[in-house]
Design a protein around this ligand. Structure first.
Ligand code: MRU
Length: 362
């Protein structure tokens, strides 16, 4: 995998209508804003250019802005596994591009699909994208670009549908990173905030640091800072204090949503949902159709990824726990749908018991 630091690059905006979802075409999509010493750039989290897949290295942020380059599906699979590319819709786009690379190189697509599916078990987008690419194998690599474009357009639509949930002066809490980095562009949970900010609304975001990998402190804060959105990082343990005393609305993303509205998201989401319910604070989940898994009746069937204990025991290269102590590290938890005030989707705001409307379009 090659790394180009501080590269100036341009992503292709597709003028063509994506065949999968003609209703979600790209118009004047403004991309994730990144401020570098060279000035402000609009970028995507992942894209393909001249037969090479390029992605923002999410492991390097916020300290370094790097673009990694991948020209084979093995490297893409590794980038998903080691979280160079992370966040459910971005993982889906990466997997689509991984299959596209395999097709370009004349490799066995079933093998490439197997490799992608073995990377991370919880994000439904990964499996959704792989299946879609296999069904569109004759149109690769173009179909992968179209898939990525459609995710961006859907996230923009999520932003538009969620805009009214952020009144002027409101105080929002979010967990993990469900921003542009996680979704190719715009974000899911962060999309309504981007839209509200660009519409001139004033609001404040509490950003859970999100132990153990600190996606909130490292990535969400970086995105909000680049956009100029007022925010503060809080220790995960402080979220109950703020939900009880100051938060008006909680908005999070999701990795997999079952047919009854139970959903998996970053570990710690369940506790925020219960706290929000206890304090009568609205709790919204923002996600595109690719995150919904109609094959699961409820959340009990969601496979929870278990990651290395080292992510808990070691922080920034320094072991913080005694030698000899072990750690448990589930990457996600399942929140029952009854805690969800609404799902913000590209089809509008849906109640947990109204998901069938969206799933019919799948
Ligand atoms: O382990 P990660 O960083 O990939 O987990 C990401 C999340 O839990 C996000 O909240 C989720 O993927 C939604 S991203 C729009």
């Amino acid at each position: 995998m090659n790394v180009a630091v501080g590269l100036i690059f341009f992503c292709r905006a597709s003028g063509a209508s994506p065949p999968f979802y003609p209703e979600y075409t790209i118009h004047d999509v403004r991309r994730m804003l990144v401020k570098t010493p060279d000035g402000a750039q609009d970028v995507r989290a992942i894209w393909m250019e001249d037969g090479v897949v390029k992605a923002v290295n999410q492991r390097a942020l916020p300290h370094r802005f790097e673009i990694v380059e991948m020209d084979n599906s093995e490297d893409v699979a590794e980038a998903i596994s080691d979280m160079t590319v992370r966040g459910a819709p971005s993982i889906g786009a990466a997997a689509a591009y991984g299959i596209a690379l395999a097709a370009t190189r004349g490799e066995d697509l079933e093998e490439a699909a197997k490799r992608m599916r073995a990377t991370r078990p919880t994000a439904h987008d990964l499996f959704y994208a792989v299946n879609l690419m296999l069904s569109e194998r004759k149109r690769l690599p173009g179909a992968a670009d179209e898939y990525s474009d459609s995710i961006v357009a859907r996230c923009r639509s999520i932003g538009e549908h969620g805009l009214d949930l952020i009144p002027d002066g409101s105080r929002i809490l979010t967990h993990c990173n469900a921003g542009a980095l996680a979704t190719v562009d715009f974000g899911t949970a962060l999309a309504p905030m981007r839209m509200a900010h660009r519409a001139g609304k004033k609001f404040f975001v509490y950003v859970d640091e999100t132990r153990p990998r600190l996606q909130g402190a490292k990535l969400t804060a970086w995105e909000l800072l680049n956009e100029g959105i007022d925010h503060a990082i809080i220790a995960d343990n402080a979220s109950g204090h703020y939900i009880r005393s100051d938060v008006d609305v909680v908005i999070v993303g999701a990795d997999r949503i079952a047919a009854n509205g139970d959903f998996a998201n970053k570990i710690g989401t369940y506790a925020r949902a219960v706290l929000a319910g206890e304090n009568k604070v609205p709790f919204y989940v923002a996600a595109p159709i690719s995150t919904f898994d109609p094959s699961l009746r409820d959340g009990d069937g969601i496979v929870i990824e278990q990651r290395s204990p080292d992510e808990v025991l070691i922080m920034d290269g320094i072991r913080v726990a005694p030698q000899g102590s072990d750690a448990l590290n589930p990457a996600f938890d399942v929140t029952p749908g009854r805690y969800v005030t609404g799902f913000i989707t590209e089809a509008g705001l849906l109640k947990p018991d109204g998901l069938s409307k969206l799933l019919e379009t799948q």
